[in-house]
Design a protein around this ligand. Structure first.
Ligand SMILES: *[C@@H]1O[C@H](CO)[C@@H](O)[C@H](O)[C@H]1NC(C)=O
Ligand SMILES: *[C@@H]1O[C@H](CO)[C@@H](O)[C@H](O)[C@H]1NC(C)=O
Ligand SMILES: *[C@@H]1O[C@H](CO)[C@@H](O)[C@H](O)[C@H]1NC(C)=O
Length: 366
């Protein structure tokens, strides 16, 4: 069922409870950090890595984090026109192709063409369904309960997996990328995301890498949780070698769901390559330090060397805020004007604002 909308819409889900209280509960439940416990052990699993000399580019990270921040904008009209307050400076000249808002799961993503680096850029935001803290608390209990198709032993979490693979989001992104490459030429593809958006960005980058080839796709995530087991991480690193997973100081989310090195394939395990942002204090001098971590995915000298319990560190990377402008709610606004070159569709509880012709959106449900 497909309807056109041009009227103003607002949607909101239930608001948050006292976040501070939840954080306090979190601290109690996270007794000895699995990271710190594991750091002291030998015999750790070492992942094969084949990043072919791919390296971290700080300038690029500063640009990408701005896209990861902009995708949190709830005023979809200004996001579409790229006039929103977070749509400035290094990202000027970005051309939006499509915004996708999965209302049910409170997820938002966009696809467009970036001027620097010239590429198709896809950004995912984190969930805001309840409060960030509630979502973080849930992360402690995620089971590895879905086998990743075509990869023996690879397991991921059902919720992360279906949020990308079993929603309209995936279909729309694949079609937008197909249209963009037809219209703008064979541009490389960059995928970015923060928090839960980093988990979705990972699946998206893997998906596109299988489709278009590993050298065409680059992934950078900020404060993402673990998404799969060691086999999945190894498979991921082979398929998406151009991956940087940025973590910040004591950000709690990269520590979750927990990693237990003695559980073999039954533990979550990050893929490489982590870049850990942290401050080093010597005497009175505070130095901002960026550590390029090893290729294992679980470098004990990076974020795993600290007790990651900070929500504040989760919400800021490179000095850029990464959360919704309306905190703790899933809300967005579409103005009635300035949609001169866009179309608004609603498919399966997903709002789509798009620049390309409607026939590309044909899905089974229509
Ligand atoms: C890093 O990225 C920036 C922005 O795209 C680019 O201008 C620069 O050439 C890159 N540096 C290296 C060493 O690749
Ligand atoms: C995907 O979604 C459909 C319909 O919403 C559902 O019936 C199916 O079980 C889902 N598949 C998975 C793997 O969750
Ligand atoms: C940066 O951090 C690493 C540990 O992650 C440490 O070995 C190094 O000395 C630090 N660099 C500075 C300039 O503080």
């Amino acid at each position: 069922m497909l309807r056109e909308r041009s009227s103003r819409r607002r949607m909101a889900s239930s608001s948050t409870a006292a976040a501070a209280l939840v954080v306090a509960a979190l601290l109690l439940s996270s007794s000895p950090s699995p990271a710190a416990a594991a750091a002291g052990r030998g015999g750790e699993l070492r992942m094969k890595h084949s990043d072919g000399g791919y390296s971290y580019n700080r300038t690029l990270a500063h640009i990408f984090v701005q896209y990861a921040s902009a995708v949190y904008t709830s005023d979809l009209t200004s996001l579409f026109a790229w006039t929103c307050p977070r749509c400035q400076s290094d990202t000027k000249g970005f051309e939006m192709i499509e915004i996708i808002v999965d209302v049910e799961n409170c997820l938002q993503a966009f696809v467009g063409v970036a001027p620097d680096p010239q590429s198709i850029l896809i950004a995912f935001r984190g969930t805001q369904e309840h409060s960030v803290s509630n979502w973080i608390e849930d992360l402690f209990w995620k089971q590895l309960d879905v086998g990743y198709p075509g990869m023996p032993d690879a397991m991921v979490h059902h919720g992360f997996y279906t949020a990308y693979y079993n929603t309209t989001v995936r279909h729309e992104i694949l079609e937008s990328v197909r249209w963009a490459r037809k219209t703008y030429g064979r541009l490389p593809i960059n995928v970015v995301g923060h928090s839960m958006g980093g988990a979705l960005a990972s699946f998206c980058a893997l998906d596109l890498s299988v489709k278009y080839g590993s050298q065409e796709v680059q992934l950078m995530t900020f404060g993402q949780p673990r998404v799969g087991n060691p086999s999945f991480a190894a498979y991921f690193s082979d398929q998406v070698p151009r991956t940087i997973r940025v973590t910040h100081q004591n950000d709690i989310v990269p520590h979750l769901p927990p990693y237990f090195c003695y559980l073999g394939e039954w533990t979550y395990h990050h893929f490489s390559r982590e870049v850990w942002l942290h401050e080093t204090i010597v005497g009175n001098v505070v130095t901002r330090n960026e550590t390029i971590c090893d290729g294992s995915g679980e470098d004990p000298t990076c974020s795993r060397s600290v007790y990651g319990r900070s929500v504040a560190d989760h919400l800021e990377y490179y000095g850029v805020s990464l959360h919704a402008d309306s905190r703790g709610t899933c809300q967005f606004v579409i103005g009635s004007t300035n949609m001169a070159y866009g179309t608004i569709l609603e498919v399966d509880r997903t709002i789509i604002m798009t620049r390309y012709p409607q026939e590309w959106h044909a899905v089974e449900s229509i």
